[in-house]
Design a protein. Sequence first.
Length: 220
Amino acid sequence: MNANVSFRNMDSSSSLRSYATDKLERICDKYVQGKVDASVVMTVEKFWHIANFTLKIKNLTVKGQERSEDMYSSIDLALDKIEKQLRRHKDRLRDHKPTNGDARMFRMGVLSPLSPLEPQEAEEEAAGVIYDSEFEEDYERYPEPKEDEKTERAEVVNTARGQVTILRQEMYEAKPMNIDEAVLQLELLDRPFFVFTNAKTEGINVVYWRDDKKIGLIET
């Protein structure tokens, strides 16, 4: 297992690092065969201690995040979520093979209402420097685009309700897979939607969580 551990708004701790990676490795040994790349981010925000785990297994991604007033407890809670997902999908993870076919590209952007800014801030926003950090996770499950695939950042668009700024707009790869594989990804990612190339139709599709807790499918 390859694990990258980072700390935000707190001092680096070797004991926390060892605790998280050792426990994660024991869980992975129980449920996963093959290479695992893990990212662990520990963050302190006010009185909250947040542990965020992201595992990449073959072409699957498993995510688990929890918060409490103690980082060790947060690690335990987040890993409980990881283990629950791995246990539920153990057989499918073991037998899963990537679907053959060509991946298609899609553009994903982050829009923000244009707000009054100081000249320096406006210049930074136009360069794509300022954007809400909550959008960062929307890009984690897709590979970083190559330089020649990146589009210009920051574009002002006029809409019926006013101007908005495109803070990020980049091309990403939608991997080919069957609908059931995309649903598995959606469940493992614990995110509201997942974009993929339908291996049968070769079109860009989106699976997403509906308000009634069922999964919806958009075929473009």
